[in-house]
Design a protein around this ligand. Sequence first.
Ligand code: SAH
Length: 241
Amino acid sequence: MDDVKIRLYVDQPMGAGQSLTLDKGQAHYLFGVMRQGLGARLAVFNGRDGEWLAELRAAGKRGGELVCLEQRTAQRDPPDLWLLFAPIKKARTDFIVEKAAEMGAARILPVQTDFTNAERIRQDRLQAHAVEAAEQCGGTYVPEVAGLCRLSRLLDGWDAARQIMFCDEALAGGSSALAGSLAGPWAILIGPEGGFSQAERARLRGLPFAHAVSLGPRILRADTAAVAAMTVWQQALGDWQ
Ligand code: SAH
């Protein structure tokens, strides 16, 4: 199999002989930054059809064309794990999205909690970070970054079949064991720098599908907590086994 160094996410159908159109940004990256020429081979994926070997057939300043040659790997989806987190400062929010994509979150949902400062997020920019992380980590799946939603509203419409690993800083030092029925879809919930309010904590503790856990004896920053929680979950229930 050809050893290719470049992986590119292209949101178009893939199949043998299928041609793919490159947009301006991709053309700039391939021709301007990576200095690729006609005939160059790279790996492409669209989040649905696995990874394909593709060849450059046309190159221009504003675009280009690839053709799919053969499938290199089958599609591999992550476990059905969502990450709910309260957006914090820009660089740390970017970090959380990037790490969530690398760690195998199926969906990333920024939530507004009682102590969340962020009023809005740049959903398109965060989505681009998820794409870049997938390109970089060899994944064939790109998690969707949802729009900002109030935690209380999300809980109002919650599907009780999806269990919540509620990372509660008030339990720091307590048990980190995941309780509940372990099979099925899950979501991890991480609070903001200010933590959860008493009202949020009371509501979450009363939900039968939410399981409060500790992430060890130290209070972690939200970005560290997100990675630590995904590690614990993947190790116990996810695709690390
Ligand atoms: N300001 C809060 C800490 C918030 S830390 C305080 O001093 O208590 C940000 C988020 O990370 C928390 O809301 C929680 O979801 C998670 N977190 C950090 N450390 C944790 C721990 N030891 N156990 C469980 N969750 C933790």
